[in-house]
Design a protein. Sequence first.
Length: 193
Amino acid sequence: MAFSIIKAKNFNTSNWSGGTSTQLYIYPKTADYKNRTFDFRLSTARVDLEESEFTPLPGVSRKIMILDGQIVISHKDHYNKELKRLDIDDFEGDWQTSSIGICTDFNLMTTGKTKGNLSACVLIENQELDYLIEKEFSDLFIYLYSGKISFNIDRETHILNQGELLVINKPEMENLQFSAHESSELIISMIIR
């Protein structure tokens, strides 16, 4: 098992047609998002236009979670769905997708045989949580959207601050204990590759 904390200052932010996108993590390390040569990618995006078109991503499965604001997402010939704070939508990157509304969202993209789960956990100040890690997952990511938490790995206590990403490769423990120093919102991505 290996783990690391990626600081917010180390993320790459770029512009897209409807706002900005911040890449939090891409795998493998040699991956290139523009050339679509990745197994999975985690990012956040800011949608600044009231109406926006999603970038076509053939061969990519997508999950998005609304972190702030709300949108109505439309997948042509599939369905429309209203997404509010912490709501999730799963869709394919080759679908013609657009949205109405302004928001910040969290994105999990996977390709090929790689699969992923996305969930959120909200803790109040001083709340503790034992988070169960299912054995089939190869990677666990905790993005701290807001707040400050501590967690224990290898009998040592570590701090995760707002905007940071905890990366655990090949988790060996059955659960991860969190303690909230203040009200906190955790975005949890689990990957099977």
